[in-house]
Design a protein around this ligand. Structure first.
Ligand code: IDP
Ligand code: MG
Length: 139
């Protein structure tokens, strides 16, 4: 069985809109177990490190400003096929293209302020989980 874990963030727009609870409820309802979680604010530098893969893209500066603009919730989620099942649950990057019932369709404000992050591969899920959580913080 591959893909036991994925990494997510509830982004500043969704935290600001008091949607932490409803988003976590959707995550649990879809069968994911939370195995690590914290509420924190990233510095612009930390956001830049997290999204370093996008540093050549035109929206990189805007993305780093946005992701450090307010607190976020970071979490590790466990489930069989966690990465692909969670990408399905969150929906397309652009909420206008996200399917009905997905987290981004319900909660995202724009392509930048799109409510949640979800890892795109098993390898990145591990890198991202380790970026945020020590071994002592993971269950
Ligand atoms: P993903 O979050 O669905 O994996 P990525 O392409 O990895 O999408 O982009 C990372 C994040 O960068 C997106 O979630 C979104 O917040 C932001 N982003 C992506 N494309 C754009 C854009 O065209 N304009 C502004 N922000 C964008
Ligand atoms: Mg991505």
């Amino acid at each position: 069985m591959t893909g036991q874990i994925t990494f997510t963030m509830i982004k500043p727009d969704a935290v600001e809109a008091n949607n932490i609870g409803p988003i976590l409820a959707m995550i649990n309802k879809a069968g994911f177990t939370i195995t690590a979680m914290k509420y924190m604010r990233l510095t612009k530098e930390q956001a830049g490190q997290f999204y370093a893969v996008h540093k050549e893209r035109p929206f990189y500066g805007e993305l780093c400003d946005y992701m450090s603009s307010g607190p976020i919730v970071a979490a590790v989620l466990k489930k069989d096929n966690a990465v692909s099942d969670y990408r399905k649950l969150i929906g397309a990057t652009d909420p206008t293209k996200a399917e009905d019932g997905t987290i981004r369709k319900v909660f995202a404000k724009s392509i930048a302020a799109n409510a949640v992050h979800g890892s795109d591969s098993d390898e990145n899920a591990n890198i991202e989980a380790n970026f945020f959580f020590s071994q002592l913080e993971r269950f």
